[in-house]
Design a binder for this molecule. Structure first.
Ligand code: SF4
Ligand code: SF4
Length: 452
């Protein structure tokens, strides 16, 4: 395998230190003099007072830079340095497939029989050279009912490899750039080993990482053809190969995920076109496209303490719900499987009344399929809230850690549920409506106390 060097996508030679990136940043809105100072410090690899501890990893600043210098990538380089110095917060073990008690392993305790069957098929199938593969990915794995059983993707072979880490998309957003390079190399070995030629993923983020980040920043070029799921769906709908007999007559508002801001804006329109074809009327939120606010996931990138992480993430998500509710739309639509699990957890904790769908669920309703909405989402949201609560308790006295390996061993790859008694007790308690109500009431108070 020919591998190049990792290169930064921040173009220092273009930057004139104007500070507009962090001054216009919708999260920090730093005064211009401080913004300039922060840019200078980050370029020189010095300590940052604001950006590395408050940034939501939303990618907007790349749009605000008049010089096209990619300041977002300057932030990522800063976090990469910070990770080398201090490691990752203990709670991140939840999203590391190679760490014990990760979210996928813990979720096995709660998966339904049908979900286990889907996942087992996806995990164990070894692709053949003529297969067109659909990568399920780490976050859609958490909500397998979104794609499980649909006829939409029947021409693809669904594959689920948790230790492909969504091609490195979320470690990239955390700034763990050296790790992403290893993941890029690993995915190349997988694809070339399988001999497959066509790969599709349900996330724009992963499509972007395979087609742009791996070759241009990680020195890893793939031979495969990558399909973007929304382009693919739209093309099939336009050619009448996917028919939409059920027009939904639904007012919706659309959440643009952070990664949708990569790729020069090409990811924004196809999901909206698809929604219109399904009979949705779109009412836009205040912050959309290049100005869109993070779902909450990115807030976890700039941590100060372990305890702060989930509260920051839900606080950010609640801003999104406020904007979505202000539109008066009946439903909020996410076209990213990475955002939707977090948004659902926030919706349950904040008690938001707006409906929340993944775009694939909207298409499925429109082609006439039945989906387990909202039951499956509500129940999974509390599974995940239980897992995060359990994770917080288990990591309370642990130290930061370094990710030592990217590929899990045979035992972990079996995804066999273990006992995890405390986790089961927490989930059992969440079945009691009074306990859920108390937890929901406590959460905003704790959010105010444990502020970033
Ligand atoms: S990525 Fe988003 S939150 Fe972070 S500095 Fe840029 S605009 Fe601000
Ligand atoms: S990265 Fe762009 S916006 Fe930020 S200081 Fe440099 S030139 Fe200005």
């Amino acid at each position: 395998m020919t591998l190049g060097k990792r290169v930064s996508a921040f173009y220092e030679e273009k930057c004139d230190l104007c500070g507009l990136c962090f001054n216009k940043c919708p999260v920090m809105k730093l005064p211009l003099n401080i913004a300039k100072e922060e840019v200078q410090n980050l370029i020189e690899g010095k300590e940052s007072k604001h950006v590395l501890y408050k940034c939501d990893s939303c990618l907007s600043c790349n749009w605000y830079c008049p010089q096209g210098a990619n300041p977002y990538n300057l932030v990522l380089e800063g976090w990469n340095r910070l990770y080398k110095k201090r490691g990752a917060p203990p709670l991140y073990c939840l999203v590391c497939p190679t760490e014990d008690k990760n979210i996928w392993q813990l979720l096995n305790v709660f998966l339904s029989k049908q979900e286990k069957k889907w996942i087992s098929d996806w995990v164990n199938y070894v692709p053949q050279p003529n297969d067109e593969v659909l990568l399920i990915g780490n976050y859609t794995h958490l909500l397998p009912f979104i794609v499980g059983g649909t006829k939409l993707f029947k021409s693809f072979k669904p594959i689920d490899r948790i230790d492909q880490w969504e091609a490195g998309a979320y470690p990239y957003q955390l700034g763990y750039l050296d790790l992403v390079q290893k993941i890029a190399q690993r995915t190349k070995r997988d694809f070339d080993g399988w001999g497959v030629k066509t790969v599709m993923h349900t996330l724009d983020a992963v499509y972007h990482v395979f087609t742009e980040v791996h070759p241009k920043e990680m020195g890893v070029t793939h031979e495969q053809k990558f399909l973007n799921v929304h382009d693919w769906l739209l093309e099939k709908i336009n050619k009448n190969e996917i028919k939409l007999p059920n027009k939904l007559d639904l007012t919706v508002t659309v959440h643009d995920n952070c990664y949708s801001k990569a790729g020069g804006g090409k990811f924004w329109d196809p999901p909206r076109e698809i929604l219109k074809k399904c009979g949705c009327e779109i009412i836009e939120m205040k912050h959309i496209r290049e100005n869109s606010l993070c779902c909450g996931f990115g807030s976890g990138c700039s941590w100060k303490t372990n305890m702060q992480l989930p509260f920051d993430m839900i606080a950010t998500a609640s801003k999104k719900f406020k904007e979505a509710e202000a539109t008066g739309a009946k439903a909020l639509i996410s076209y990213c499987g990475g955002c939707i699990y977090l948004l659902w957890a926030a919706k349950e904790l904040m008690g938001s009344k707006i409906d929340l769908y993944h775009i694939i669920e909207v298409v499925r309703l429109s082609i006439g399929e039945k989906i387990p909405y909202p039951r499956a989402h509500m129940s999974r949201a509390w599974d995940l809230i239980a897992i995060i609560t359990y994770g917080l308790v288990m990591t309370m006295f642990k130290k930061s850690f370094y990710i030592k390996r990217i590929t899990y061993d045979k035992e972990m790859s079996k995804f066999k549920p273990r006992l995890f008694p405390l986790l089961r007790i927490i989930r059992l308690l969440f079945r009691v409506s009074l306990i859920r109500t108390i937890y929901k009431k406590m959460f905003p108070m704790l959010m105010k106390i444990i502020k970033k």
